[in-house]
Design a protein around this ligand. Structure first.
Ligand code: ADP
Length: 411
């Protein structure tokens, strides 16, 4: 049977089809530009010769339901050429905000949909397109269970002293203002991989996990559970990101509004879309920024220095929070690929038992890579993340659990 993971954004749908038995990726793809104009679908299928064939099709697609029909159509016409059963076991949906209601994945029924709808004010850009895909697949394939896997759920283990903001408490009681954290599937996935690689049960591991992609977040995991994380009420807080500012004096917002006459909405947009690396040096792609820095671009150099300095501050504070750190994990496009960022984020931390081996750090990343020096007390691992795989696992687990099947295979 097959497990399909769906990540539905405002104008795009990403999907991955896994074999239930061993989680081989049978097909995957991305449909972009849903709305006015032509949408483009890039579909890849696993062939009998063990490589992936790419198919590109365009079509006018005005909404997500049509988009999913288009995907099912293309996937039907270009299925994997591997001999794999075609029935669907379940659809796993990435849902961005689960608030305090969802501490774990859930099989979607009318009540779950209503609860996800209630959370729209906390994630106005993300939860609605997630819901559209959920509704459309329930209609198109009513025989297949749908599971919602929340970006926030992994961080629900944070204690009150970590998740509360120092604000009048009615803001929490009345308006649910608190730290939620995101990238949960990624932090959880790399923690499991670290446990497997190190041969130490998750319950005994203290980790600092650094997800460094276009969006970036750090987490402190105690005994495998999140006890703090850098993103907050929204994914704007914390580390410097491609276009998001991360931590900021909240007064900047009001000051800028008074000085420039811009509305709060306009400033919110700038903090989300025009800030971070892009704000500092005009570019948000770390590869390009590194190339420019090597060519002597001072602003690109500053952007990398600030990016790494912020990460280093989080490593220091999460070290203090955890007391004992077994490993620091780098993941996400930048964490997996940028030796410079890894090196500079950990420079000068030998007193904490954190030191990198330059040679290992420069080695091309493939699978799990151990990059600490001989003297380092803390292990340092580069682990490629796979959020879709984690969502597939959670989907399988949730459906089996609901069906009363005990124990989930350790895939
Ligand atoms: P997303 O959060 O959109 O999933 P990714 O995890 O794919 O993003 O990360 C994208 C970031 O990773 C970009 O800034 C990109 O430049 C960076 N990146 C990818 N490969 C490299 C590399 N070899 N060196 C430096 N940065 C890289």
């Amino acid at each position: 049977m097959r497990v399909v993971v769906v990540n539905s954004g405002s104008s795009s749908i990403k999907y991955k089809v896994f074999a239930l038995e061993d989680l081989t990726t049978l097909m995957e793809g991305l449909l972009e530009r849903i709305g006015p104009g032509e949408a483009r679908l890039k579909h890849r299928r696993l062939t009998v010769s063990d490589d992936y064939e790419e198919i590109i099709e365009t079509r006018f697609i005005t909404n997500h339901r049509e988009g999913l029909e288009f995907i099912l159509d293309v996937a039907g016409r270009y299925p994997t050429t591997r001999d794999a059963p075609r029935e669907f076991f379940g659809f796993g949906h990435r849902v961005v905000h689960g608030g305090e209601v969802f501490r774990k994945p859930v099989i979607i029924d009318d009540e779950a949909i209503r609860q996800i709808e209630d959370l729209i004010p906390l994630a106005p850009l993300h939860n609605p397109p997630n819901l559209v895909a959920i509704r459309a697949l329930r209609e198109l394939r009513p025989d297949v269970p749908n599971v919602a896997v929340f970006d926030t759920a992994f961080h629900q283990s944070m204690p009150p002293k970590a998740f509360h903001y120092a604000l009048p408490s009615e803001f929490y009681r009345m308006h649910h203002v608190r730290r939620y954290g995101f990238h949960g599937s990624s932090h959880q996935y790399v923690a499991k991989e670290a446990s497997r690689y190190l041969g130490i049960p998750e319950e005994q591991l203290n980790l600092i996990t650094l997800h460094l992609g276009n969006g970036a977040s750090a987490s402190a995991l105690h005994g495998g559970k999140s006890i703090d994380t850098s993103m907050g009420l929204t994914p704007l807080e914390g580390l410097i990101m491609g276009t998001r500012c991360g931590d900021l004096d909240p007064a900047v917002h009001f000051y800028l509004s008074r000085k420039t006459g811009k509305s709060f909405e306009a400033i919110e947009d700038i903090l989300n879309k025009e800030s971070g690396l892009k704000g500092i040096c005009g570019m948000n792609d770390m590869r390009e920024i590194q190339r420019c820095a090597e060519d002597g671009d001072d602003q690109a150099e500053l952007a990398i220095e600030m990016f790494c300095y912020r990460i280093k501050k989080y490593i220091g504070s999460y070290y203090a929070v955890l007391g004992r750190v077994d490993a620091i994990i780098f993941t996400g496009g930048i964490g997996e690929n940028s030796a410079r960022v890894r090196k500079e984020s950990c420079e000068g931390l030998t007193a904490l038992g954190i030191s990198l081996d330059d040679h290992r750090n420069e080695e091309a990343s493939f699978g799990v890579l151990e990059i600490q020096s001989e003297e380092s007390r803390v292990k340092m691992l580069v682990i490629p993340t796979d959020e879709e795989r984690e969502i597939a696992l959670q989907t399988i687990h949730t459906i089996r659990h609901a069906a009363g099947v005990k124990g989930v295979p350790n895939l």
